[in-house]
Design a protein around this ligand. Sequence first.
Ligand code: SAH
Length: 529
Amino acid sequence: MKSAVPRALRNARRIFPRASSTRSSSSSSLPRLGNNRLNGTTTLTSQHRNFSATTGLRDIDEDKDRKWSTPLAKQLAAAIELTGPIPLASFMRMCLTSDIGGYYTGAIEKDRDQFGLKGDFVTSPEISQVFGELIGVWFLTEWLAQGRQSRGVELIEVGPGRGTLMDDVLRTIQSFPAMANSIDAIYMVEASPELRMAQKNLLCGEDAPMTESKVGYHSVCKYNALPIVWTETIKSIPIAPQKMPFIVAHEFFDALPIHAFELVSVPASKSEAPSSTDNSSPSSKTTTPTLQWREMLVSPTPPGSTHESLKTPATQSRETPPPDFQLTRATSSTRHSLYLPESSPRFRALKSSVGPGALLEVCPDASLYASDFAARIGGSPQHPKPKPSGAALILDYGPGDGTIPTNSLRGIRKHRRVSPFAEPGLTDLSVDVDFAGIAESATRASEGVEVHGPVAQGDFLELMGIRERAEVLAKRAGEEEKGRAVEKAWRRLVDRGPGGMGKVYQALAIVPENGGRRRPVGFGGDVVQ
Ligand code: SAH
């Protein structure tokens, strides 16, 4: 395979200043890397959830003495008692980011965090520094290709975890002073106060103060004394036409809440609100069923449920308490089922291509983020931009062939797959990312952008020169054992086998529209200087 970054990467010494080995270089043995979210002890493809057709509301008096597995579970049950079963997206949002014990926003015990061997999963930047370095180089190649703007560059990361990726990106760009000096500010979109603090400590130092403003939290970065701003959503980051935003989202989109639907055939006599323009004959009205989407809703499991009674799939560990909640199919249309499945031609096509029984997952937040990235890069009617500039790189897992994710909700706990409805707030939840949906939202939001990919992470990293960079690192590691650890770490990032991250993880780029004349590096393009 041809290396697409000949000059930038051949001069590896200049671009990558620091010689270090792997994240676990302090350990004398080869690192045990832990599981990513996809290769726990169970496999994704064999997952099947029970779609119970019963509704979830029961006489709640039965539940008075019920022991809920977490305070958040109790709160959710109380809310459902009032409102009826809730959309999966509302459940996911509460479980992940609610301030009363969401997974990222407070539920995790003090001596534990989400990442690493002692946590629940590991991510690529935590496995090897090469990952973040190559993303830094990717931004550099875009900055070079887009005319080396001397100021107005912004680095934006959504969902930055421990801050490791941004640290590796910044250290790499630092070796290229012309670009480093063009950066005005760094923005971090982070829902978790604890992770925000961890990021500040890593990027600014433990002693660096953090101040609060209307926009978010501010501190000063150890690299070039750049201002860093933390916000809770990307909407809080100002948009200006002269800015050149470089945006990265790694394992962020898979944490955004989804709505799930199933297509059902409804007998004509029962179909809702027949159209007033329906001029079919009376006989066909009673005989022709209609296809309607039904939303999957979350409701409590019956009191006294066990893993056996709930038939927890074999793909999920039964070491958690039995799930407090379950998915049930709404018996009639909901606000979301009328609107979201109609929001894209890809979704609408399912009625004819699959028919009754078709499943659909829709992530409105993913569309919002993709549209926002595109508008920042390419301009939009609301924020016109005379000259599109910047780039976004989205790395995550999900189908690379345009198929729409189905049945993809997973619960992850201590590197194992568990029921997503067990111990709400203590269980990480994640879903497959609809890359084709992201591409559609981005190009719909801005005429000034084009999308490349998704391509498999293994291909992207190899085109970016991961082998060459890792070889340099392994040599510098000195000891043979450390060298082997470096090799083991980077190989895992590109490994296309079941335990590797090279095939199931994908990369997608949003760049300024150029009529397809210039492809970004890693997506089939060469370095342009
Ligand atoms: N990119 C990091 C972390 C991935 S975990 C890495 O690869 O290691 C997901 C990250 O997104 C965490 O930092 C989490 O706190 C953040 N996050 C999850 N949902 C979010 C939301 N709705 N808004 C902002 N941040 C969110």
